[in-house]
Structures are given as C-alpha cells and as structure tokens.
Design a protein around this ligand. Structure first.
Ligand code: ZN
Length: 277
C-alpha cells in the first residue's frame, strides 16, 4: 500500500487580490479593500488569520478573501487533509477525532465525516475500500485492547493481516459484546476476502466467526501463553499426585511432570517457527 498525500499549507501572508467579483453574474473587476477581519482558525500552527473584506465597485456588495490554506470554514485545509489521510489509513471517524485531539486539534467525529465527504466529492472514487483494494488476505487477525482517554477506558479493535503483519484498521469500539464485534469485523472481513479469523480464545470471537461465515483459529501466541499458564498451574499438582488420579491410571508423578515439560517444549517449538503476531 502506498499513499501519496500532499497536505496543503496555511500561509497567512498569502492573500491574493481578487480579479473578479465573487458574486455570479456581476463581472465587476474593481474593488475597494474595506477592512481586515480576524478569523479564528482550527489549525496545527495558527489560532487565527486575517481575512480581507472587499467591496465590489460595480455591484457594491462585499465579500471576503481568505489566505492560502483557509476557506470560510473554521478548520484549515491542512487539518481537513490530515483528517482525511488518517481516515484513509483505516482509522474510524471517532479514532481520527481522538488522534487529532492528541495533536491538540479538537475536531469532533461528525466534522471528520464532513471533511471526508467533502474530499470524496472533489476526488471521484476516493473511498477507504480503495486503500483496502490491494489488500486481500485469506486470514484476518483481530485483537482487542484498551487505551485510557481522559481517565476513561476506551476499547479499541485492531485488525491485521497476520501473514504480512500489516495493520489494517484501528477502531474505537463502543463495547466488546459479540454484536459489536460482528459489526466491526464483518465489513473488514468481506473487504479483504478473509476465510479465517485469527484471534485470542475469547468466546465472542468464536460467535463472530460463525456468524460472518469464516473459520476461526486461535492465535498461536495466545495458545503458547495459555499453555504456559496451565503448565504453571498443573506442575505442582502432579508433583504430589494431589487427588490420587495419577496412581489410578498407573502414571508416576515423575512421568506426569516430564510429560508436562515436554508438552511445553512442543508448543514453544511449534510457535517459535513462525513470527508471533
Ligand atoms: Zn460585484
């Protein structure tokens, strides 16, 4: 995947002198600069810029001329561009809003949505699906994590192509129940053409895989971790044959302990042959 993105600059000094009246049908070409107006701006660098207010000498109406990288909108072109870029890279509208917030720009997710809609009108065919278009993977990896945002724990869903290791999407989730997981996974699985969903062994994912119609595989890194936990739990129990069940089947505690150690080695070596995901 390669994106070529040029973010527009904001240049407060660059305000061009109008050559035509801004009103359709007037055609006036001479103007009087009436005043400079301060305009508050949502931007990474400038909090405000100066805007020129001109009056048309033919129709007498006034209009504003904005410096490079700004429009009548409160948000600068580069912040909108950044929002669109993050969205195209796979973040949800909400996650874009969070990422921008981390950069000190507050842009709520509906403004992010507006910026993406606006860009998609100007660039025909601009869709996130097109970023995914080259990405087809038979296996889709999904994992849940959480980040603390303003003191509140926020569940995040991350999908990866487990074969290349490419992160596909990062979404802020509203919950971790299987319906939410399904709404999150299904469109991505369809988009990349996944046949296998690779996750940890949480029950929710098994249900999702069944409902989406893909196979479910528990990620090997999670198998290793779970096996190691079980070994730690069972080793002291078999050492003393706590409930006499080993004696009942004719296995010595030494043999059982050796078998468990061997099991751990086998799982580790099977897992070690592939990169962990
Ligand atoms: Zn005019």
């Amino acid at each position: 995947m390669r994106l070529r993105i040029v973010l527009s600059k904001v240049n407060p000094q660059a305000i061009s002198v109008p050559t035509r009246c801004a009103y359709a049908g007037c055609g006036g070409k001479k103007f009087h600069l009436r005043q400079e107006v301060r305009k508050p701006l949502r931007d990474t660098v400038y909090q405000e810029v100066q805007v020129h207010r001109y009056q048309c000498l033919r129709c007498q109406r006034t209009f504003r001329v904005y410096p490079e990288g700004t429009t009548r909108a409160q948000t600068s072109q580069r912040v909108k561009g950044l929002a669109v870029m993050l969205y195209l890279l796979g973040l949800s509208y909400g996650a874009v809003s969070l990422a921008l917030d981390g950069l000190g720009i507050s842009l709520c997710k509906s403004r992010v949505y507006d910026a993406v809609q606006e860009a998609s009108k100007r660039v025909p065919g601009l869709k996130r699906e097109q970023v995914f278009a080259g990405v087809k993977t038979p296996a889709l990896g999904a994992d849940l994590t959480s980040v603390t945002c303003k003191g509140v724990s926020l569940p995040l869903g991350i999908t990866v192509d487990p074969i290349s290791g490419l992160a596909l999407t990062i979404d802020a989730l509203t919950a971790e129940d299987s319906q939410t997981l399904k709404d999150w996974i299904e469109p991505i699985a369809k988009s990349v053409g996944a046949q296998v969903l690779v996750t940890d062994d949480a029950d929710g994912f098994k249900t999702v895989a069944d409902e989406v119609g893909v196979q479910h595989q528990v990620c090997k890194a999670h198998v290793l971790r779970n096996t190691e936990d079980l070994l730690d739990k069972y080793q002291p129990l078999v050492a003393c044959d706590a409930d006499g069940s080993l004696k009942a089947i004719g296995v010595s505690p030494q043999q059982a302990a050796a078998d468990l150690t061997r099991l751990g080695e086998l799982v580790k070596s099977a897992n070690g042959s592939r990169p962990r995901n």
